[in-house]
Design a protein around this ligand. Structure first.
Ligand code: SF4
Length: 242
């Protein structure tokens, strides 16, 4: 199960992405990922992953972006909230009746690279808290890829962090919907991020995530495009909007 965590001052809250509002109790996706139910204390130990909404700010202005609906969300997650999330997952892992000790943090936004310092802090915090515990953390960064640089790449590589870049297909299609704040297409910058990740990360740690709109492309075109790009891991998670 996954749920989203935001930050309201000192108190973490949970956010339901399909209701676009804050809720006073955790909301989780069901097994198929398309439903929701309130988290029951009886189900403690079943939560494997948290999506951390580090910020709702972004350097892009994609036409279909859902963050424009998140008006109630504050812009930045605090270090304290990130630490609370880590502590929550540690408790979940240690009390897991099935003995599953691995948990996952997904850095998400907005554009999470705008909060790079929180990512550094969170990974450091996890390492210091789990060095003597039988708990293992994995990470995933969901990014538009346009801000990635060598410093990021070295850190992501060193800490075995998986990266997923949003890329909607060929340049013309991508640029129709994924624009910068000044209205320019973001394709070239995203491709630089893709190339950087292909250089630094093992295949298992890099994937792309296309969102298909009425502008296309077809799934066949998409498949050919990603093959040409040398993306070895086919997208497993494609959104469709129209
Ligand atoms: S990159 Fe993601 S968060 Fe940023 S505008 Fe596009 S869809 Fe929204």
């Amino acid at each position: 199960m996954k749920f989203y965590v935001g930050n309201a001052g000192a108190v973490p809250y949970w956010y339901s992405p399909d209701e676009h509002r804050l809720v006073s109790h955790p909301i989780v996706f069901n097994k198929r990922g398309n439903g929701r139910q309130a988290l029951s204390r009886k189900k403690k130990g079943t939560i494997q992953a948290l999506w951390l909404n580090l910020t709702k700010a972004c350097n892009l202005r994609c036409a279909y972006c859902f963050t424009s609906n998140l008006t109630a969300l504050p812009k930045m997650m605090s270090k304290q909230t990130a630490e609370s999330c880590v502590e929550f997952l540690i408790r979940e892992a240690l009390s897991d009746e099935n003995g599953l000790r691995e948990r996952t943090l997904i850095f998400f936004g907005g554009e999470p690279l705008l909060r790079w310092e929180i990512i550094l802090h969170t990974v450091g915090y996890v390492n210091s808290r789990t060095s003597h515990l039988p708990v293992n953390f994995k990470y995933m960064l969901a990014t538009n890829g346009t801000l990635l640089n060598e410093e990021h790449a070295k850190f992501l590589s060193r800490h075995d962090i998986s990266v997923q870049i949003s890329l909607d297909g060929p340049e013309e299609i991508h640029n129709r919907v994924r624009k910068t704040a000044s209205g320019k297409g973001s394709y070239k910058a995203a491709i630089k991020g893709v190339e950087l990740m292909q250089k630094w990360l093992p295949e298992k740690n890099f994937s792309v995530r296309p969102t298909v709109t009425e502008h296309g492309p077809s799934l066949l075109e998409l498949s050919r495009f990603f093959t040409r790009l040398g993306v070895k891991r086919p997208p497993t998670d494609t959104s469709r909007i129209w």
